[in-house]
Design a protein around this ligand. Sequence first.
Ligand code: HEM
Length: 402
Amino acid sequence: MSTLFAHGQNVDSAHTAHDAALAAGRVPVRTELPGLAPAWVIIGDEQARAALVDPRLGKDTTLVTATIRAQATAAGYPTPTWLSRMFNGLLFLDGPQHSEERRVLAGAFTARRVRELRPRIKDITARLLDNLHQAEESVVDLVQHVAGAVPLTVICELLGIPEPWRARFRELTLALMQDDPAINLPASDELGAFLVELVAGKRADADRGHQGADLTSALLDLDTERLVDILVLVFVAGHETTVNLIGNTMLALLRHPPLWRDAAQRPDLVAEMVEETLRWDAPVRTATHRVTLEPVVYGGVEIPAGELVMVSLEAANRDPDQWEDPTAFDPARHPRGHLAFGLGPHACLGASLGRAEAQIVMRQITARFPDATLAEPVMRLRRTVSSIMNGLTALPVALRPA
Ligand code: HEM
């Protein structure tokens, strides 16, 4: 079995594995989701586009969890008794139930709400960068202090999560993103318990006539279990992805030093730099779990019914059939049509928020620190442990304030 998601990777080894799978002919790869179960991974742009809208690939939570258990047992893995709350929300529903849940969330998560957040995102970023200006150390971990901090603060303000809980929420998210149920289940329980308490507090406020302006308060008509499932998804999908996008964009520009300076001098170029990062170093490496409802053929290979299927967004975005010189980072290519936000019924609901955060952070940080350089060789940097998320554990940078 292939090791497409081997742990302990340096920043480029996943790219290398997905690029090699493309070179091997865009056939699905049988691989392991470490600690969870074996799965098939769809490789190639055309194949990914087809799979993401294929109704023969189901996402219903009952089906997906039963399949993970069956596949884990058959392969001799410890069978998870249940799976994390991430498997309960919108991402793991099909058909009309999914459309209904998506309608509920989209109604609360409007374009206007996102537009209104922009000035707040600018303030949050400026304040964090002020702290860095004053920091004693010349080398700063930009994942911890910037990429991790801005999206966390934004999503917590959006959902109305109190300040003292936030650091713990970030730790729980990192645990939740790991495939291994022994790690992600306790995190899921703790996050769920926090959110039940949050909802109870917001209900009590609303009953006293103090309805909050946050998204949680806007959804209090839902019963608590359903609301907590939505909140887990929005919290995790809404910030960990963006942490990765910001961290990966910083790294991409620092690896190509003239680009970091270009961004400092030409903030109008930043949107294309973020977009090219979405293509070249996709923050979500593979779409979430799907299950074959019947046998399907991809790349000439038949995948039987009842198998777990992941779709490699990374391989789609680096497919030479779709992109010229795909392994080169080149914002000037105007990278439209990448699959970093997915496609079809489950396409990302927060793309404009994620893009806005990354653009704001990149404009401000390059302007304040135009001479920043990597403080470690690229080969020493590491990816977070996850088969779905593609982020950095740390990004040590010498800032050299202007
Ligand atoms: C820049 C960062 C982001 C990236 C790369 C990203 C990527 C994705 C992808 C690939 C999917 C589809 C997964 C699948 O088909 O299995 C998805 C779904 C989703 N994303 Fe994002 N996302 C980002 C930011 C956000 C933000 C900021 C939010 C909300 C605040 C959000 C909320 C969601 C939700 C709710 C879904 C599920 C949609 C559904 O199942 O119908 N995302 N995202």
